[in-house]
Structure formats: structure tokens, C-alpha cells
Write a protein that binds this ligand. Structure first.
Ligand SMILES: Nc1ncnc2c1ncn2[C@@H]1O[C@H](COP(=O)(O)OP(=O)(O)O)[C@@H](O)[C@H]1O
Ligand SMILES: O=c1ccn([C@@H]2O[C@H](COP(=O)(O)O)[C@@H](O)[C@H]2O)c(=O)[nH]1
Length: 204
């Protein structure tokens, strides 16, 4: 089975998931592997001790399992992908069975950081969105969807999200084949990427 892996990275709130959703809508036969699913459990964390675990460091992820799963998919083997609960900050008991497909979209904060993942990717994209916009999006999303308070989002952003972005995410721009300004609503960039993936898919 000839498989192509497309990696999408960028800061928190940059629009990665939105880009993934639009690509998958255009290519319904693709599968999406979100690095968020590979977070290590930190169930002791809550809004009052949000700095007790650094979710914006490469060590926060089970990279070994993610690499193993991606290698299996690339080799045409099915996987059981972990699932993550952002409200409880822990891995869910259930997994999701994923059958291999020819187009695999991989997204996450650190997908270009880990060389083993980088080396598996056939196309590397970086979603580039200014930090003030990312912060506002994240504040709204975390309160609405992730059970967070304004205070905990601000405390986490200042102390770990912002430094983590500059230490681990922004430097990975140099590995990207393409940089997408503003993410999921950049129709022109998405048009080009979707057409490229279609061309690649037709050759498989
Ligand atoms: N270009 C955009 N303009 C306005 N809002 C956007 C845009 N891209 C994403 N969003 C919104 O911002 C929030 C974060 O986007 P998301 O795609 O989840 O980012 P990420 O996966 O990088 O954290 C979501 O609520 C999404 O609907
Ligand atoms: O249990 C958790 C796990 C992660 N986070 C924060 O989420 C973002 C990553 O999610 P995006 O969808 O890419 O924004 C990361 O910056 C972590 O700080 C969390 O708060 N709790």
C-alpha cells in the first residue's frame, strides 16, 4: 500500500484542526491522526494547579507510541489510537480503531519537532497565526469546550504556552514545506493544498 502522510503544525489556536477538517472534507477517504490523542495523562491537574504539568513541552506526549502508530499506518497496518479528555486532562479508557488509508493527515503542536515523525512526513505544513489572535481563540475555546476559567487560561498561557511556543514550535517553521498564514479560513492556500493532495492521491 502506497501511503502519504501530511503533517500540520502551528501554535495552539493557530487553526490546525480547522485546516485538517477542511482537507478531510475535500478528501473524505483520508484519516486524521491528532497528536493531542497522544498526551500523557495528568489527571491531578485542574484549574487551580494548571502549572502542575507542562502540556506545552515535547515530553508531555507519548511520542514513542505516536511514532509506532504512524509507522504501522504507513506500512498499511491498522492501529488502535488513544483518545484524550481535555477537561479531565487524561487519556480516555477507550481507543479508536483506525484502518489504514492512502492519505493520512497528522496534526499537532510538536509534529515537526520530533525528527522521527518529521522523517515519516511527505508534506509538512505550518499554520502561522499571530499570537494575539491565537490567544483570543484559545481563551474562547478553552472556556467553552475545555471546562476552563479565564484565570487558568491566562496563567497557563503566560507561564508555559507562550514560552513553549517560542522554544519548540516556532523554530520548526524551518522544516515546513509550506507556511499557511491565518490557517483554516485562508481559502487560497487551502485550495492549493487540497488540489496538490488530490494530485498525489490520484497517483497512488
Ligand atoms: N481563520 C480563522 N478565523 C477565525 N476563527 C478561526 C480561524 N481558524 C480557526 N478559528 C477558530 O479558532 C479556534 C481554534 O482553532 P483550531 O482549528 O481548533 O486551532 P488549533 O487546532 O490550532 O488549536 C476554533 O474555535 C476555530 O473555529
Ligand atoms: O490536558 C491538557 C492537554 C493540553 N492542554 C493545552 O492544549 C493545547 C493543545 O491543544 P490545541 O488544540 O493545539 O490548542 C496545549 O497548548 C496545552 O496547553 C491543556 O491545557 N490540558
Amino acid at each position: 500500500m502506497n501511503v502519504k502522510l501530511i503533517g500540520i503544525t502551528g501554535g495552539s489556536g493557530s487553526g490546525k484542526s480547522t485546516v485538517v477538517r477542511k482537507i478531510s472534507e475535500a478528501h473524505p477517504d483520508s484519516i486524521c491522526i491528532a497528536q493531542d490523542n497522544y498526551y500523557k495523562s495528568a489527571s491531578f491537574v485542574n484549574n487551580h494547579n494548571i502549572l502542575a504539568f507542562n502540556f506545552d513541552h515535547p515530553d508531555a506526549f507519548d511520542m514513542d507510541l505516536m511514532v509506532e502508530n504512524l509507522k504501522d499506518l504507513k506500512a498499511g497496518k491498522a492501529i488502535d489510537m488513544p483518545q484524550y479528555d481535555f477537561v479531565k486532562h487524561q487519556r480516555k479508557p477507550e481507543t479508536k480503531h483506525i484502518e489504514p488509508k492512502t492519505i493520512i493527515i497528522v496534526d499537532g503542536l510538536m509534529v515537526l519537532y520530533d525528527k522521527r515523525i518529521r522523517d515519516l512526513l511527505d508534506l509538512k505544513l505550518f499554520v502561522d497565526t499571530p499570537s494575539d489572535i491565537r490567544f483570543v481563540r484559545r481563551l474562547q475555546r478553552d472556556i467553552k469546550e475545555r471546562g476552563r476559567t479565564v484565570e487558568s487560561v491566562v496563567e497557563q498561557y503566560i507561564n508555559v504556552v507562550r514560552p513553549g511556543h517560542f522554544n519548540f514550535i516556532e523554530p520548526c517553521k524551518e522544516y515546513a514545506d509550506l507556511i499557511i498564514p491565518e490557517g483554516g479560513y485562508n481559502e487560497h492556500a487551502l485550495d492549493v493544498i487540497i488540489k496538490y493532495i488530490q494530485t498525489v492521491a490520484n497517483q497512488l
